[in-house]
Design a protein around this ligand. Structure first.
Ligand SMILES: Cc1cc2nc3c(=O)[nH]c(=O)nc-3n(C[C@H](O)[C@H](O)[C@H](O)COP(=O)(O)OP(=O)(O)OC[C@H]3O[C@@H](n4cnc5c(N)ncnc54)[C@H](O)[C@@H]3O)c2cc1C
Ligand code: FES
Length: 281
């Protein structure tokens, strides 16, 4: 087998062919795309996908693409070949509902990979990943990579068991996996922060690195808990984006030290202390 070239993290613009679009329950879908000339992605990077398949007639409605984490498919394509890239998404608004209707053989516009990857934990640190809802999709490949070198705990939260994203894949990793659901249908009854609290309380100074992705209120809460415990916390922000490459300014987030940062270019990964959480909706 030929070894894949290294990931350079630089984006391409292409038409990707839908291989499979599988309903996962709870309004979730797993979209598998065959991407020609895919340069690979670093865990934490994302793609912009235009909603709705390209048919015989060019369509530009809705005009704006949607940012989606690369769930699987971080290896580059071999020269002249394609790679299968998987996206996990929930059909919530106009664009994702249209994406849910795409069928095998159709093609979607895609730009990526975009943004920066997760910074590594310290060599002797335990890693704790906290995922809420579809935010979990950003964390799977990172869990896989970290688990090769250090102990990993994964805490997943959702409203109900059906909405626990990628659960079977995380189970297959063999890491310490804990779940919380707001209706108690799987794991601990309540929010994922209830699982994080004891882990933070037990952590020795410098022992733990925390990576969080999910709804803003969840990331804000995890960030505050981590700061109180003196634990390093990295977040992957999931705000709206219109262009994905620093032109529209629609993704600007306020920073603790003043000014704004463009999540599509400087992010989506940030040290939680750098984000002015009070200024986020
Ligand atoms: C880095 C990143 C990774 C993500 N990964 C995933 C994932 O893996 N799975 C998943 O399900 N979701 C993911 N999301 C969230 C996902 O992008 C949104 O849920 C999705 O855009 C909603 O689209 P919609 O068509 O359902 O909703 P709609 O409400 O129809 O559309 C939302 C869209 O409106 C536009 N828009 C609205 N307000 C603004 C504004 N202020 N500035 C600019 N544009 C605006 C944007 O195009 C935005 O994407 C991710 C978000 C980010 C930033
Ligand atoms: S999404 Fe347009 S500047 Fe970031």
């Amino acid at each position: 087998m030929t070894e894949s070239p290294p990931v350079n993290g630089l984006p391409i613009r292409t038409l990707a062919e839908v291989v499979e679009n599988r309903a996962e329950g709870g309004g979730g879908f797993c979209l598998t795309l065959s991407v020609p000339g895919w340069p690979g992605a670093l865990p934490g990077q994302f793609v912009m996908i235009s909603a709705g398949a390209c048919a015989a007639v060019e369509r530009w409605d809705p005009l704006l693409p949607r940012p989606m984490a690369v769930y699987r498919g971080h290896r580059p394509a071999e020269a002249g070949g394609t790679t299968e890239v998987q996206i996990l998404f929930k059909a919530t608004g106009a664009g994702t509902r249209l994406l849910a209707e795409t069928a095998p053989g159709q093609r979607v516009r895609m730009v990526g990979p975009l943004g920066v990857g997760f910074p590594p934990p310290g060599p002797d640190q335990r890693v704790c990943l906290v995922g809420g809802g579809t935010g979990t999709a950003s964390l799977y490949e990172w869990a896989l990579q970290c688990a090769r070198t250090q102990p990993v705990s994964v805490l997943l939260g959702a409203r109900r068991a059906q909405e626990l994203v990628g659960l079977a894949d995380f189970e297959a990793l063999g890491v310490d996996l804990r779940c919380a659901t707001e209706d108690g249908s799987r794991g601990t009854l309540g929010r994922v922060t209830a699982l994080l609290e004891p882990l933070l309380a037990e952590a020795e100074p410098g022992e733990l690195s925390l990576y969080v992705c999910g709804p803003t209120p969840m990331m804000r809460a995890c960030s505050q808990m981590a700061v109180r415990s003196g634990v390093r916390c990295i977040v992957s922000l999931e705000n709206n984006m219109a262009c994905g490459f620093g032109v529209c300014l629609g993704c600007a987030v306020p920073m603790t030290e003043g000014g704004f940062s463009l999540v599509c270019r400087a992010g989506p990964i940030y040290d939680a202390r750098d984000v002015d959480w009070a200024g986020l909706p």
